[in-house]
Design a protein around this ligand. Structure first.
Ligand SMILES: NC(=O)NCCC(=O)O
Ligand SMILES: [Zn+2]
Ligand SMILES: [Zn+2]
Length: 509
């Protein structure tokens, strides 16, 4: 049997679905091909993992697998910019590893994700090496962000090595999780400066960790120890404060900034305000923030309530709709998931104390469907905007466009075929994640990814996965992406304004 055949994962039938797909030539016929800037009815011809031609009426020989996409949308595979597979966190490890999480992703139309490397004892390089091992059984392409959790000359040097030699172009700073990942403003400033000098994008988890700590103590003193205490202990004002602080410090350094998982109106409005003043701030939505509300946290069944515990918390009804509107207005530019799954046993670590419930929800498999159903089916965004927020914008921000995020000649053959007329119900019974629950349980969605092609192979078709461990490639992401264009000119203008000579005289009075 295959060493990756993991009991509890239903990949295909008796074989675990590990028949090696052999289609090296594929023609997708008659679909509506959608890119972020344009949509047209055309055929797409793929050979050896690369898109060769996109135009109407392509004719091919018998050695080519033909897929009929008439009446369907042919789009770039999703890129999930925010994922934590096999993450050691809160005394345990998130249960989807690189293989199971990616298999789930592929079944849901996502063909690439960017994961967060966590340092080992503060060492970035040791963390990177650990993640190289974790990701060896990958079945789809992936990239890495790097978290920075302490500061010294070694860390600074390691950042250089990671950017210049290891294909990393983004660093995440946690303003929350006091006592573990949280960093000070001093470190944040040093980190921002270093990122800017390397052309790497700083990212922040924006919640005030000191205040969260205080809020948690307050809840425990009040005797509120259940999952609702999680939301009550870290209200939107703490997300708004940290978002504003990070944005203003980024402005002071004059670096672009990426705010991960914007979960509240408070944080979203800070992002909007900064953008309005011309600051380069990216706001990332996550699916849970767009479609869920916090009422679940008051569910009397602990195992139901606990599965919704993530940070920043899922907010009261109203924040979800406001975040959807922000996504359609362009205040939030892209959608991730923060997929970080813990099963019921792991969640139960916090049965007597919400502070011990491992934080995180699923979503890597559901994101493409939920964004389609919530945003496109409702008429809030166009089909081209759907491609932009689920794929293209990630590729542009992390500087891998148009290799990823486009259906263009020369791009990687990461493609989905979505049937807008099909619908299905999301359930832990049928999902492909290793976790035993699903925060979207029972939700019916319109629109279904019927085919996923990753790296030129058909990996998802007829509700069956054919995935190969080890077939996913690490995707290096070069520094100085588009967000850095012109930053040097702004700096030069600023410096020359400081050095404008002041004609000064000495007062004799
Ligand atoms: N979000 C969450 O609850 N878990 C993953 C770690 C993080 O992104 O903060
Ligand atoms: Zn976070
Ligand atoms: Zn996260």
């Amino acid at each position: 049997s295959n060493q990756f055949c993991d009991a509890g994962i239903g990949y295909g039938e008796s074989t675990c679905g590990f028949s090696t797909p052999s289609q090296s030539k594929i023609l997708i016929k008659g679909g509506t091909v959608v890119n972020a800037h344009h949509l047209e009815v055309a055929d797409v011809y793929v050979e050896d993992g690369i898109i060769v031609t996109v135009k109407p009426d392509i004719h091919v020989g018998d050695d080519v697998s033909v897929l009929d996409a008439t009446g369907k949308f042919v789009m770039p595979g999703g890129i999930d910019p925010h994922v934590h597979l096999a993450m050691e966190f809160m005394g345990t490890e998130s249960i989807d590893n690189f293989f199971s999480g990616q298999a789930a992703a592929l079944a849901g139309g996502t063909t690439m994700h960017i994961d967060f490397v966590i340092p080992v004892n503060g060492s970035l390089i040791a963390g990177f090496e650990a993640y190289e091992k974790k990701s060896r059984n990958s079945c789809m392409d992936y990239g890495f962000h790097m978290a920075v959790t302490k500061w010294d000359e070694i860390v600074s040097k390691e950042m250089e090595i990671l950017v210049q030699e290891k294909g990393i172009n983004s660093f995440k700073f946690f303003l929350a999780y006091k006592g573990s990942f949280m960093i000070s403003d001093e470190l944040l400033l040093q980190g921002f400066k270093k990122c800017k000098s390397l052309g790497a994008l700083p990212m922040v988890h924006a919640e005030n960790g000191d205040a969260v700590d205080e809020g948690q103590k307050r809840m425990i003193e009040l005797g509120i120890t259940g999952p609702e205490g999680h939301a009550l202990s870290r209200p939107p004002v703490l997300e708004g404060e940290a978002t504003a602080r990070a944005i203003r410090l980024a402005s002071f350094i004059n670096t672009p900034l990426y705010v991960v998982h914007v979960m509240s109106i408070d944080a979203m409005e800070e992002v909007a305000k900064a953008q309005k003043s011309g600051q380069r701030v990216i706001g990332e939505a996550v699916v849970s923030g767009l479609v869920l509300d916090d009422s679940w946290l008051w569910n009397p069944d602990f195992s139901i309530a606990a599965k919704f515990v993530m940070s920043p918390p899922i907010r009261a009804s109203g924040h979800d709709k406001a975040l959807q509107a922000a996504l359609s207005r362009g205040v939030l530019q892209l959608v991730g998931t923060d997929h970080c799954t813990f099963n019921s046993t792991q969640k139960a670590f916090g049965i007597d104390d919400f502070r011990k419930i491992p934080n995180g929800v699923n979503g890597i498999e559901e994101r493409m469907h939920l964004v389609w159903d919530t945003m496109v089916e409702s008429g809030q965004i166009s089909v081209t905007d759907y491609v932009r927020v689920t794929s293209t914008e990630s590729a542009r921000i992390f500087n891998i466009y148009p290799k990823k995020g486009a259906i263009l000649a020369g791009s990687d053959a990461d493609i989905i075929i979505l049937n807008p007329n099909a619908s299905f119900e999301i359930s832990a019974k049928s999902h492909h994640s290793r976790t035993d629950t699903n925060v979207y349980e029972g939700k019916r969605v319109k629109g279904k990814v019927e085919v996923t092609i990753a790296g030129g192979r058909i990996v998802w078709q007829n509700d069956e996965l054919k995935v190969v461990p080890g077939s996913g490639k690490y995707t290096e992401m070069p520094p100085f992406g588009y967000l850095f264009d012109g930053i040097d000119k702004a700096d030069a203008n600023y410096l020359s304004s400081l050095r404008a000579p002041v004609k000064r005289f000495k007062s004799t009075a």
